[in-house]
Design a protein around this ligand. Structure first.
Ligand code: GDP
Length: 452
């Protein structure tokens, strides 16, 4: 089950439970069975799912909850906590510091997405003001250096490698030395992978690690292996000091949830997930905001972080100001749609908002979403300034809707649908009223406020 579907199934189960008039044992069991089914389909280990169900039932003892207790909230919180527990490795990862040289070595099997992920990791940090560099110590796979070179050139990141040298240790050491001299603060060493976990691969990893003394070893794995990730992650951990894991291809695989929980069970922190082939299809992985998003509860800290990351500098103050006023007009919606169509990645900003992406911009259906946005904009082109600048929903009466439908050549039903979308977004937007405009680094305080 792809993540969005998994999240959808879980939040639907919670919603159905919330809609019930009385929450009794039967309703709770139905909700938990639905969640169990979704997690098992995502290949989460049976024992983890069963423990989760037992724990929730222990916490939510319906007989003991006196009348007046908000059972829905207690159940929802218990589900949230238990999902976090499944994904929490119990220890944080080492994080490189900007301005201080760190060597980060990437390991993983061939085809896991290691080389692509090295560049994504470098690119992510480069955008945040780091000075990264890439070293290709993969002499095993023909074409590995070319691939890294191509990716690095595209992202304008310095790289080092050789077509002639066959000793990966020598290349790794030379590359690290060179970039240390050039004051790069994040030197990324891509090592070779093999098809299987075999002695030669682990030996080579050990040698490169010994020679370059990395501050962090990142193990890259493909999410499609699901709970088998446990054995793979253990095997790599036993051969080299893996400090963090990146799970790739979370965009297309049914077993993503299983892979993430299996890695957590090895007590290795997952730090990023790969969500596509492109350079910026790469997301920080943080358990609580992740579960929050999965359950459709939004991810406010991720939202603000994304604004800083993808909205052009000169547009940030204006957008944040509008957010803090909490006054979402149709004109603001129009402008944000323009941004989405123009820049692409800004869609990622709104995907952090509860309910936004699933409805308006489902992944994999970008073309349809774009067409829908264009349709909405055509209708808005037929609106008056008064209509665009008003945040009073009552203004849009039937005769106005008829006029807009006629003017844009659409059906009144579609105008109503667009206005519904507007109302939904306005509701989300209104939660941001009074927002203290944060500077970079102030995100966690903000997220606490917004989730409260
Ligand atoms: P390596 O052999 O481990 O270095 O793997 P590569 O970096 O060459 O990647 C193998 C394939 O997986 C390539 O086609 C990549 O474009 C693709 N890939 C890597 N990461 C992702 C991801 O997060 N999502 C998707 N859909 N494809 C990915």
């Amino acid at each position: 089950m792809v993540l969005a579907q998994l999240g959808g199934s879980i939040s639907r189960a919670i919603q159905q439970m919330s809609n019930a008039t009385i929450i009794d044992e039967k309703v709770l069991n139905e909700c938990l069975n639905e969640i169990t089914r979704a997690l098992l389909q995502s290949d989460v280990q049976f024992k983890l799912v069963r423990d989760m169900q037992t724990n929730i039932k222990k916490i939510v003892n319906l007989d003991d909850l006196a009348a007046g207790h908000n059972k829905r909230k207690i159940i929802q919180q218990a589900i949230f906590n238990e999902l976090c527990k499944i994904l929490d490795p119990g220890k944080p990862s080492f994080t490189p510091k900007k301005g201080k040289t760190s060597v980060v070595m990437f390991v993983g099997l061939q085809g896991s997405g290691k080389t692509t992920t090295c560049t994504k990791y470098a690119y992510y940090h480069q955008k945040k003001g780091w000075k990264p560099a890439l070293v290709c110590a993969d002499t095993f796979r023909a074409g590995a250096f070319d691939q890294l070179k191509q990716n690095a050139t595209k992202a304008k990141i310095p790289f080092y490698g050789s077509y002639m040298e066959s000793d990966p240790v020598k290349i790794a050491v030379e590359g690290v030395e060179r970039f240390k001299k050039e004051n790069c603060d994040l030197i990324i060493v891509d090592t070779s992978g093999r098809h299987k976990q075999e002695a030669a691969l682990f030996e080579e990893m050990r040698q490169v690690s010994e020679a370059t003394k990395p501050d962090l070893v990142i193990f890259v794995m493909d999410s499609s292996i699901g709970q088998a990730a446990f054995d793979q992650a253990q095997a790599f951990k036993q051969s080299v000091a893996v400090g963090a894991v990146i799970v790739t291809k979370m965009d297309g695989h049914a077993k993503g949830g299983g892979a993430l929980s299996a890695v957590a069970a090895t007590k290795s922190p997952v730090i990023f997930i790969g969500t596509g082939e492109h350079m910026d299809e790469f997301e920080v992985f943080d358990v609580k905001p992740f579960v929050s998003r999965l359950l459709g509860m939004g991810d406010w800290s991720g939202f603000m972080d994304k604004i800083h990351e993808v909205v052009p500098m000169d547009q940030q103050p204006e957008l944040l100001q509008k957010l803090s006023e909490g006054n979402f007009t149709l004109r603001i919606m129009y402008e944000q749609f323009q941004n989405i169509l123009k820049m692409g990645p800004i869609g990622q900003v709104f995907s952090m908002l509860p309910g936004f992406s699933a409805e308006l911009m489902p992944k994999g259906r970008e073309k349809e979403s774009q067409a829908k946005i264009k349709r909405y904009m055509t209708m808005m082109d037929s609106m008056t300034n008064e209509e665009l600048d008003s945040s009073n929903p009552k203004l849009m009466n039937e005769s106005r809707m008829m006029r807009i439908a006629r003017g844009s050549g659409r059906h009144i039903r579609e105008v109503m649908e667009m206005l519904e979308e507007y109302k939904r977004l306005a509701k989300i937007w209104s939660k941001m009223k009074g927002l203290k405009i944060p500077k970079k680094g102030e995100m966690s305080a903000l997220s606490r406020n917004m989730n409260a």
